[in-house]
Design a protein around this ligand. Sequence first.
Ligand SMILES: *Cc1c(COP(=O)(O)O)cnc(C)c1O
Length: 415
Amino acid sequence: MTGLLAILGGEPTRKTPFPAWPLWDTREEDALIEVLRSGTWGIAADGGKIAAFEQAFAQAHHAAHAQAVFNGSVALEVALRALDVAYGGEVIVPAYTFLATATACLMAGAMPVFVDIDPDTYNIDPQAIAAAITPRTQAIIPVHIGGLPADMDAILQIAHEHGIPVIEDACQAHGAAWKGRRVGAIGDLGCFSFQSSKNINAGEGGAILTDDEALAERCWSVHNCGRVREGRWYQHEVLGGNYRMTQWQAALLLAQLTRFEELAQRREANARYLADRLAQMTALRPLVRDPRVTQHGYHLFITRYDPEAFEGLPRARFLEALRAEGIPCSEGYVPLYRMPAIQNGIRRLRAAFGRADAGESDLPNCPVTERACASEGIWFFQTMLLGTEADMDDIVAAVQKVQAGAGRLVSNSEV
Ligand SMILES: *Cc1c(COP(=O)(O)O)cnc(C)c1O
């Protein structure tokens, strides 16, 4: 463990890869062949595997309705359109999330308003939501980042006080639960992704959950070119698009669902073990788990880095050293409001509404997001949690080894 760091030419802590993703067997093969031979690859009169998946997914997440769509990004867009969010209206989103949380707003003609995250959970800070509400606020989108449920009690209280709907971005939070209830339909609507990296994987795919029957009907219309359920094929009544899932995706998803609960339990057990071991060290500080979180989705295992514990070694160099030891890891996101794609979208929307151009001084004040992105956040990935406790021990051993060799690495960097 105290040997020469792999980045300086030593033996790596680990030479074997972590579990591969996706997992599949004859369940996926058989389901795909069945779709192929049926000749029904898209829309089916009885819904086919798409309807079966919607029912199973809704049930697994304690929701009354599920609408399958093509991916998680459009799930968010369909949810915003189902709520009839006004063009030029504002939608409150965390600054620390994947791009799509904010671009979905812009695509639907609404302005994302970025607020900061809680330093202990990296989830949207409820007090920051309250401070950001204006008469133009149309919706709030908390993101259950990495699969850790956001504080839904506080968020819903603020939302109800102001009569503002809540869309949960649960694209990283399959199976996660808040006070025993799975996320997705705790708010008005909840969006999921089944993109390749996600904990349920169909290559691409998405779903929207809700307990509200009228909203479920709106989602169905918006995702199906604005059609109405009992209407004729060319009867389009709502502004929508073609966001429909294919039977191929649904076939894979039904098969993936059969192993989901077991994998979720394995991730939980390994992550708890890893968090306990890290908590006994001074190296990395895992995020804090609220006792009301009864299940963590663990799309990511997020932990916090402090150069002080590593003799001043910058995070980027630490990550390089850890990767060299055979441990995959990432520094995570860039603050969303700093991305040219977002700034461009906001500028266009402001121009359309005759508002002044956004300048540097208009950047939101999100110091926790800035720190998480620039120097503190460290991600391990869900697939790393699918193995054994010995795999977790390797992560810990590699972190300890880099910590022990940090001084040498700092002076080496200075040469
Ligand atoms: C993956 C993800 C999305 C988008 O889902 P896609 O299926 O990739 O379009 C949205 N929000 C978050 C937080 C995500 O992680």
